[in-house]
Design a protein around this ligand. Structure first.
Ligand code: EPZ
Length: 427
């Protein structure tokens, strides 16, 4: 398992291009199960999670071939309906094949996705919505065994609201199934994330009839069939946020390009509240953190357009370097604090209080050997390593490779001293 070796202390400078969005790409790839004919996806990020879902889709009869960021797809076998545990257990987003399989093949066997290191991740809303469309779903030996009667799926009124707001993948799963259901489906308390909007645009380009994109009420009029199309994956807003914070934490001056500033307003306004200078220009955002003495700014995560839970860990790393006490509250995943103990090993002064952490800054961090645990916690350790004195060795960076394309390369282009230490003994 590879590691990152980081020598801290470099101020990042220069410009870097953001890669395609993991969380837009994964559901779009699952949606190919709904489609007839051959299509292409452009700007597909090269990530472990993309490799995983392609492995799963090939098991499910999808021909997919890649040439750099371009991917050609075509469903060539509609008979397979079982998503094997060995693949599903690697990535929770695999659950997104359930809706498309039910809609297109009237049956599905998908092993229950594992939990995550940051706590329970139920799928009750996914199942409630698909059952409302007429699916019968039972749990048999750890797998969801689902089927649709001869009458097929039929439209329904479905409320996906939860105490956490809504469910992103749940909205996508139910919406994809509703595309081929008979009649109208209305989903209330739907997720409004940009990745949901992109999936709607993709599906409508394939012939679906979905309205309400970006709002919490979606209306889907079922159609007979959907045809494959060509589509460009949008930039990854979480990678963009992570790199902006890299510029902030090192007191640097960087520009991120090929991003979508309107997807990032919760993070860019939080950075501005700290006193960092940001300016957006088209698909670029520049952050100038040189000679800024930032002030502490607390955040609370919320569904889009609120502060993303996927940036909470990275924000915590930044708060360790800012004068004052910052309170970070995660309402989406109250246990998403795997990064706390590892940041403390680097010298951070953090106090956990239930679903909150208070970061007392500024703290001089010193390099140490730390362990990556989940995707965004690992990103937080990289950010801390960029400012820790001496050498930080981050083990198990395969967690990072799940969601960041060549992060060490991007950071080196900005002047960071980051090397990947390849572990020849294991992949
Ligand atoms: C998506 O996960 C993202 N993953 C996550 O990003 C992200 O953290 C999350 O949305 C929240 O924004 C992908 O898009 C692949 P949810 P998802 O269902 O859809 C509760 C990353 O780092 N809930 O929106 O699985 C749940 O417990 C990953 O890129 C139910 O109660 O998240 C949570 O508290 C990590 N019942 C809240 O809703 C359900 O049936 C939001 O979860 C489903 C969810």
């Amino acid at each position: 398992m590879d590691s990152f070796k980081i020598i801290g202390g470099q101020r990042l400078q220069g410009s870097i291009e953001i890669s395609g969005s993991k969380n837009a790409c994964l559901p779009m790839l699952a949606a190919t199960l709904l489609l007839d004919g051959k299509g292409t996806l452009g700007n597909v990020p090269q990530l472990r999670d993309v490799d995983t879902i392609l492995l799963l889709l090939r098991e499910l009869g999808v021909d997919a071939s890649q040439n750099g960021g371009d991917l050609t797809y075509e469903v060539t076998d509609q008979t397979v309906v079982e998503a094997p545990y060995d693949i599903v257990r690697r990535m929770r987003a695999s659950i997104c094949v359930l809706g498309p399989l039910l809609a297109r093949r009237q049956a599905a066997v998908v092993s229950l996705p594992g939990g995550c290191v940051f706590g329970d991740r139920p799928i009750d809303l996914h199942l409630m919505g698909l059952r409302a469309l007429g699916a019968e779903i039972n749990m048999v030996h750890g797998s969801l065994v689902a089927s649709v009667g001869a009458a097929g799926l039929r439209g329904a009124a479905i409320d996906l609201g939860s105490e956490f707001g809504s469910t992103v993948l749940g909205t996508m799963n139910v919406m994809m199934a509703a595309c081929l259901a008979r009649g109208e489906t209305k989903i209330t308390h739907a997720a409004r994330e940009p990745e949901v909007v992109e999936l709607i645009q993709f599906l409508n380009k394939c012939g679906a009839q979905i309205s309400g994109a970006g709002t919490s009420t979606l209306t889907i009029n079922g159609v007979e069939k959907l045809s494959a199309c060509n589509y460009q994956i949008p930039a990854d807003r979480i990678e963009a946020a992570t790199l902006l914070i890299a510029g902030a934490i090192t007191g640097g001056d960087i520009t991120i390009s090929n991003c979508i500033p309107s997807h990032l307003t919760a993070v860019t306004s939080a950075l501005q509240q700290c006193g960092y200078n940001l300016e957006a220009n088209g698909n670029e955002i520049r952050i100038d953190a040189t000679s800024v003495s930032a002030v502490a700014h607390s955040i609370e995560t919320a569904p889009y357009p609120g502060f993303p839970t996927d940036v909470q860990a990275q924000w915590m790393a930044l708060c360790t370097q800012i004068d004052g006490d910052s309170r970070l509250t995660d309402h989406i995943y109250p246990e998403r604090f795997m990064h706390v103990s590892e940041l403390q090993r680097l010298g951070a002064n953090l106090q956990r209080e239930g679903n909150q952490v208070v970061a007392h800054g500024p703290c001089r961090l010193s390099g140490a050997e730390v362990m990556a645990s989940d995707l965004r916690a690992s990103a937080a350790l990289v950010l801390a390593g960029l400012v820790a004195s001496g050498e930080t060795l981050i083990r198990r960076v395969y967690h990072l490779d799940r969601g960041y394309q060549k992060l060490e390369h991007k950071l080196r282009l900005l002047g960071a001293n980051v090397q990947r230490v390849v572990d020849e003994t294991s992949p």
